[in-house]
Design a protein around this ligand. Structure first.
Ligand code: M6R
Length: 611
């Protein structure tokens, strides 16, 4: 979704902003723009990639030590030069960038049209900018005062950053619901939607909170709330290296992130799981254990891949902890007046920690008194900050739009959480507990082993790259992995793919099966093995093509299937973390073979900050 970068300080702003916008490209966008102040306000905007914008500015005057830049993911109005940000105020003096949605923009626009304003774009952003300008004009107020008044009337989510040609030494920013990080340098400040454009300059950052306004000069940062009271900026140190956000020799971020998984899962376990001692240490969970272990019900809310992690957790928690679990799309939960009882515990799962639907769902649940555990990857993100407690997944920055390493880290953390609760509730035997700890400990090595089959998986991918549809089936713990496999394939190869519980196939999807339909089974050795073998036979009897993720050495399925993708043997409760690996690679190689930009699939955004 939209990316924001701004700079003020001793450097030239343009190159800092362009580089920053490129670092944010992974978020997904369709146009880009920059505004600079240097003897007047200059705007440069272009549909398409940041590289197009750069090309269009060749030979132009790009001097200036203050500027704002934006990558836009279209919401109000098509992707075009005129809808690209920054937008200019009617008097030409202000420029503004915006991430989020102004929900009451239509009524504000009508008010402004009646006052004679003429709009040059279809965006809600231009409406907000004119609204601020109008308040400033009518009240003869400062820009900061006008912004404060305007934001009290705005409904929606936003990060905005403004520059004013009459005050070329100040940036003004505000946030509600969308992320904003300020990097603090020596005599300079960097603003961005996340830390990736900032880390090569400084590791000291401030995360702006909702309803805060930041007034930023080269050597001064003032934070205020909407009541005009000064707030003390909380300066944090970024625990992030530049290498983590670069490709490091891989063709795509997605491939790099798939191959990082032995490390990311190890990092997720490190310092937490001690198999020799039989302990798992996660303070965010331990400190709230009384509440968690006595929960009458656990509600898991998430979107997309994180929702699939929640489904696996449902199976694992119910099995190990004997607590009822419900998993819900955050986008449905937030609107359907859910019933939350005292004693319910909410687990919110999110890679980015910024997904708008998940954020609002958490707020709704909190209003009803629920306690929220956040399972989040991005440190300092909004969800991590509004949750009561939780655990980070420590997968490092995930740049590829298709989630891979964040998913396996989510499964790892959720399994550890389930084991901690089960131990406290005495719903697991000591032997099983120790066995599962050892199994978890072995996951990084097993994932490494599964990745060694990449060449074979690539060959299988090339065989099926031209299909138009695919079905993914699994049972039990592997059912959500089938859903995730289907999501990965459709996201990056644009092949229509559906995931189902294998037994559900007979209730409809089997009608699709013929010799042209590949059916991907996640069929590792588990409680349901015999059942899924029957399901494979049912597909073969109808001439469907079967690709099966199997446990190494499974001769039965090897003989029946057209192609097999073996993984090392693992306990059925742990296997989903490993069985997802060949499906990630299969999608990756198919997407690449079809010639698509797998890191930035069409229409998708990494961080879905609008509902
Ligand atoms: O950052 P989140 O985990 O909250 O994001 C949720 C979904 O938007 C995300 O998982 C999406 O489905 C990915 N594109 C999956 O690859």
């Amino acid at each position: 979704m939209c990316g924001i970068v701004a700079y003020i300080g001793h450097r030239q702003a343009y190159p800092v902003i362009v580089k920053g916008l490129k670092r944010l490209e992974y978020r997904g966008y369709d146009s880009a723009g920059i505004a600079l102040v240097n003897h007047g306000l200059k705007l440069y905007k272009k549909k398409g990639k940041v590289a197009n914008l750069e090309e269009s500015t060749l030979g132009q005057d790009l001097e200036g030590h203050i500027g704002i830049g934006h990558t836009r993911w279209a919401t109000h109005g098509e992707p075009s030069d005129r809808n690209a940000h920054p937008h200019r105020s009617a008097n030409g003096k202000l420029a503004m960038i915006h991430n989020g949605i102004i929900e009451n923009y239509a009524s504000l626009k009508q008010e402004l049209i009646k006052k004679g304003y003429q709009f040059h774009s279809d965006t809600d952003t231009e409406v907000l900018l004119y609204f601020i300008e109008d308040i400033q004009k009518n009240n003869s107020s400062t820009l900061e005062e006008a912004l404060r008044i305007a934001l009290k009337r705005v409904v929606g989510a936003y990060v905005i950053v403004l520059i004013d040609e009459d005050n070329p030494d100040t940036l003004i920013a505000a946030r509600k619901g969308s992320p904003l990080v300020i990097g603090i340098g020596k005599g300079e400040h960097f603003l961005a939607s996340d830390a990736s454009p900032i880390i090569e300059y400084t590791k000291e950052v401030v995360y702006v909170n909702d309803y805060e306004i930041a007034i930023i000069k080269a050597d001064e940062l003032i934070l205020k709330n909407l009541g005009n009271e000064r707030q003390t900026p909380f300066i944090q140190k970024l625990d992030l290296e530049l290498a983590a956000i670069e490709k490091g020799g891989y063709d795509h971020f997605m491939l790099k992130e798939i191959f990082e998984q032995p490390h990311t899962i190890y990092d997720c376990l490190r310092g937490r799981l001690d198999a020799a001692q039989g302990t798992i240490t996660m303070s965010g969970i331990q400190n709230n254990m009384e509440l968690i272990k006595n929960a009458n019900r656990i509600l898991i809310i998430a979107c997309g891949t994180s929702w699939h992690a929640g489904l696996v957790a449902e199976y694992v928690i119910e099995e190990l902890c004997r607590i009822p679990v419900e998993v819900e799309y955050a986008s449905e939960f937030r609107y359907r007046n859910p019933i939350i009882h005292k004693g319910d515990m909410i687990i919110a799962i999110s890679q980015s920690g910024e997904t708008a639907d998940t954020l609002v769902a958490i707020e709704r649940a909190k209003e009803q008194g629920a306690v929220i555990l956040g399972i989040v990857n991005v440190v300092g993100s909004s969800i991590s900050r509004i949750s009561h407690a939780g655990a980070y997944t420590h997968a490092g920055p995930e740049i590829g739009v298709a989630s891979t390493k964040a998913f396996t880290a989510q499964l790892t953390v959720l399994t550890m959480v389930a084991l901690m609760i089960a131990k406290e509730r005495n719903t697991i035997s000591h032997d099983r507990y120790i066995h599962l700890l050892n199994e978890l400990n072995e996951v990084p090595e097993k994932v490494k082993h599964a990745l060694e089959n990449a060449d074979h998986i690539k060959a299988v991918a090339l065989k099926y790259k031209d299909v138009s549809d695919a079905l993914f089936l699994g049972r039990g713990y592997n059912f959500p992995i089938a859903l995730e496999g289907a999501l990965k394939l459709k996201e990056i190869s644009y092949i229509h793919a559906e995931g189902y519980p294998a037994a559900e196939m007979k209730h409809g999807p089997i009608a699709l099966v013929d010799e042209s339909l590949p059916v991907v089974f996640v069929a590792t050795k588990d409680t349901y093995h015999q059942k899924i073998i029957s399901n494979i036979q049912e597909i073969k009897a109808r001439k469907g093509k079967v690709i099966a993720v199997i446990t190494e050495g499974d001769e039965t399925i090897t003989e029946m299937a057209d192609d097999v993708l073996p993984i090392p043997e693992a306990d059925e409760l742990i296997a989903p973390i490993i069985s997802t690996i060949p499906l990630q690679l299969l999608s990756y190689y198919i997407g690449v073979a079809r010639g698509f930009d797998v890191d930035k699939p069409r229409n998708l955004a990494k961080s879905v900050t609008v509902e």
